[in-house]
Write a protein that binds this ligand. Structure first.
Ligand SMILES: CC(C)(COP(=O)(O)OP(=O)(O)OC[C@H]1O[C@@H](n2cnc3c(N)ncnc32)[C@H](O)[C@@H]1OP(=O)(O)O)[C@@H](O)C(=O)NCCC(=O)NCCS
Length: 194
């Protein structure tokens, strides 16, 4: 299937409630309760705005929305973000759209000062393609919480440390705190990335 160039939209509209339901249901992955959670995040954003802590990216191609992501800062952390949801409508999967959407979402996170993106999923066989997707997009497996969802169904946590290497411009640090901040950036940039 030929894909028109993607256009991204951050603004959340009331029509996105039905749209998110349609995209998430199309996956055939999620239980009714999980679909309701996905929809509730959109409703929270619509009613509470940025205070909800949920931001969205919608990917439009050829005049229709074909995928979306939902992300937000993790409370009580300095620069860690959660990727709560990413989904591409079933008929558009496997065309590179998810990778592009994730990459765009990471750029948004970076613009907001984020340095690490966390995402979690189930260890069940059904989620093998989802886990392959995260690994294929530069995430690495950080932790496994045994039997988290149910006996035999672990929670797998992936992370991507966004590249925050400061520009090397040869300029001397302007202050001790500037020097410390540069050192911290360099240290963080060495965190494992795939
Ligand atoms: C996961 C999902 C968002 C990926 O989007 P996508 O557009 O299908 O993925 P892409 O075509 O961009 O694939 C990017 C990379 O992921 C990996 N990948 C994607 N689908 C895969 C599959 N079924 N099996 C193995 N690897 C896969 C590959 O490395 C691929 O790169 P490549 O094509 O160069 O080999 C999409 O399949 C989806 O909506 N799935 C159902 C919902 C879901 O599981 N969401 C995540 C949990 S909230």
């Amino acid at each position: 299937m030929k894909l028109d160039p993607l256009q991204y939209r951050d603004e959340v509209l009331p029509t996105d409630v039905a749209l998110v339901r349609r995209i998430v249901e199309s996956s055939g992955f999620f239980s009714t309760a999980e679909v309701e959670v996905a929809v509730e995040l959109v409703e929270a954003r619509l009613s509470q705005g940025t205070r909800s802590g949920y931001s969205f990216v919608f990917a439009d191609a050829g005049g229709q929305t074909v995928g979306y992501s939902c992300y937000g800062p993790i409370a009580c952390t300095e620069c860690s973000f959660d990727l709560y949801w990413i989904a591409v409508e079933a008929q558009w999967r496997g065309l590179g759209l998810g990778r592009e959407l994730l990459s765009h979402t990471e750029r948004r996170v970076k613009a907001l000062g984020g340095r690490r993106v966390y995402v979690e999923t189930s260890s069940r066989r059904q989620y093998l393609p989802t886990r392959a997707f995260y690994l294929g997009c530069g995430y690495h497996e950080e932790a496994i919480l045994k039997d988290f969802y149910s006996p035999g169904d672990d929670k797998v946590i992936y992370i991507r440390a966004l590249d925050m290497m400061p520009k090397i411009d040869g300029a001397l640090p302007r202050s001790i705190s500037d020097a410390r901040s540069r050192a911290r950036d360099c240290h963080d940039a060495q965190l494992p990335r795939l």
